[in-house]
Design a protein around this ligand. Structure first.
Ligand code: FAD
Length: 518
């Protein structure tokens, strides 16, 4: 039988390692590559302007790659459950393919779509390619339980074996006998919208440091993989949160949108490692991809993963509702230059280093401001190019010591932490130019500078730059006690020891402490 297939792009905005797209092309006469602008996303999630731009660039890149195969991308606005049945009829579709998405909204959406497809006699082929493994298989292999530690998780995936190899992008050969019926005025009906079309205010757009798209992703991957020594020696805790040129790959936005598959990244690393001495998980680049897989697994296995309430793995904490403090954190007005510089970089550029995320997340929650990690999660969801439902929730729980990481007594100092890797505060000066004339001695604590120095720097604390929002030395100690109380309130069955899942992996905080003692 010759099929009329829709391949529905959601994440997975690429041609390489796209098994669902390959499945769509099998015994196919007409292929319709489709992207839906689902209004659910615009009304229920916070998407900042920089991420919209990344998405639009990724769609344009996809369309240009499809053109090379004599095909085109069809962009349609509307809820999938309304749009797809209409397209099934209009295009006489017999097959629908897509990449499996494990997020809760996507799961319920896809179930409904599959029901509708069945009613229309459309065969549905979902394929796994967003993650390294089939996440449900990982849980099954762990006796149906979600592994709650990285070490446990590692032993389960080790037993499964290495991830599958990525599948090549479709070639002209694969497209033989397959066509995309698009008309000359294709753009009029199915055009990729611009930011202006979407009604977005472009005045807050930051510099386009990480343009979206598969070509850009693969180019960046190639560039990194040529640095074989760097790849083999990569240890995450040795990278710097405040380097002026990113000290890690910044491939996260590309992996998040699926411009590059995690399996492609994984196997390229394997090729680089082959025959050479190299770092190992959890700190290596393979280890980073395993963190991603770990949090995807916990996000699938733990109900209400992005919330404190109803999340049995999450410590219940009496966080404070303090809109003024939250706004000061979000808007880079805490009076702690290291924190404010990071929040400025986040807003302007859409990416910050992992340890910079540690610093601001700890500060907002258990460290200083005692505000719920769910609030921080929302801000990151809006501003990060790589904002990812599972990874954002998992890492926020980690940093707030609400789950996975329990050493709440280890608090990042908003002053000392940044100094370790940037003594002179060049990073602060870049993102907070108001402080650029402060001498290094006071750049992390400008409020301590004598008035004459503040005057000479052209910046009076309390007038041109805020005073610190809290006294870190005092509040962090009080907050440790509050965390202690929250932990003490846990019922015995909530405690990790009775679950038999004791944390053994070395944490990044451990590694940093070791490094600073060296
Ligand atoms: P690299 O160090 O080069 O790592 C390679 C890849 O491994 C990354 O691209 C990413 O896909 C994956 N990875 C690395 N670290 C982690 C990690 N800790 N958890 C999961 N995957 C990881 N990452 C996101 O992709 N989306 C998020 O929404 C997100 N939210 C976060 C929120 C908080 C509070 C914190 C502390 C971390 C968060 N992270 C998130 C994880 C991590 O900070 C980023 O993945 C990483 O900094 C991306 O930069 P990179 O590509 O240079 O990473």
């Amino acid at each position: 039988m010759s099929h009329n297939s829709i391949h529905w792009f959601r994440k997975g905005l690429r041609l390489h390692d796209n098994p669902a797209l390959i499945a769509a092309l099998k015994d196919c006469r007409h292929i319709y590559p489709l992207f839906l602008l689902d209004p659910w996303y615009t009304s229920n999630t916070h998407i900042g302007i920089n991420r919209w731009r990344f998405l639009i660039e990724a769609l344009k890149d996809l369309d240009s790659s499809l053109k090379k195969l004599n095909s085109r991308l069809f962009v349609v606005s509307g809820p999938p459950t309304e749009v797809l049945p209409k397209l099934f009829e209009k295009w006489k579709i017999t097959r629908l393919t897509f990449e499996v998405d494990t997020e809760p909204y996507s799961q319920s959406r896809d179930q409904e779509v599959m029901k509708l497809a069945k009613e229309h006699g459309v065969e549905v082929i979902p394929k796994i390619s967003h993650t390294l493994y089939n996440i449900n298989r990982i849980i099954d292999e762990n006796n149906g339980k979600t592994p709650l530690t990285y070490v446990r998780f590692q032993s389960v995936v080790k037993a499964i074996g290495p991830p599958k190899k990525p599948v090549p992008a479709p070639t002209e050969e694969d497209m033989k006998g397959v066509s995309t019926p698009f008309s000359e005025d294709h753009e009029d009906e199915f055009e990729i919208p611009s930011l202006e079309d979407l009604g977005l205010d472009t005045s807050s757009l930051g510099p386009d440091l990480f343009p979206g798209g598969e070509q850009e992703a693969l180019r960046r991957l190639d560039e990194h993989m040529q640095r074989t020594g760097w790849v083999c020696k990569f240890e995450k805790p040795q990278t710097s949160p405040n380097a002026l040129i990113p000290s890690t790959t910044v491939l996260s936005p590309y992996v998040r949108f699926g411009c590059m598959s995690a399996r492609t990244f994984w196997w390229r690393l394997t090729d680089v490692y082959r025959g050479k001495k190299h770092s190992e998980p959890p700190v290596s680049l393979h280890g980073q991809l395993m963190w991603r897989e770990f949090f995807y697994t916990t996000a699938v296995g733990i109900p209400n993963f992005n919330k404190m309430e109803g999340n049995t793995n999450c410590v219940q904490v009496d966080w404070e509702n303090n809109p003024e403090r939250l706004a000061a954190w979000r808007e880079a007005r805490t009076g702690f230059p290291f924190i404010d510089a990071i929040m400025t970089q986040l807003r302007q550029e859409g990416w910050i280093h992992h340890l910079a995320r540690h610093a601001v997340a700890c500060f907002l929650t258990r460290g200083d401001l005692w505000i719920s990690w769910e609030e921080g999660q929302k801000v990151f969801e809006e501003l990060l190019l790589d904002a990812d439902w599972s990874l954002n929730a998992g890492n926020w729980q980690w940093l707030s010591a609400s789950a996975f990481f329990r050493q709440y007594f280890r608090v990042y100092s908003p002053i000392a932490f940044g100094k370790k890797t940037d003594k002179h505060g060049d990073y602060i000066k870049k993102y907070l130019p108001v402080l650029k004339k402060f001498p290094a001695e006071y750049i992390y604590e400008p409020w301590k500078a004598p008035r004459s120095i503040q005057e000479r720097a052209g910046c009076i604390v309390g007038k041109d730059y805020p005073r610190p929002i809290v006294e870190h030395e005092v509040v962090h100690k009080q907050n440790i006690q509050r965390m202690k109380a929250a932990y003490a309130k846990r019922s015995p069955e909530d405690k990790p020891t009775t679950k038999g899942v004791k944390r053994k992996a070395t944490s990044i905080v451990d590694m940093l402490e070791k490094k600073s003692k060296r």
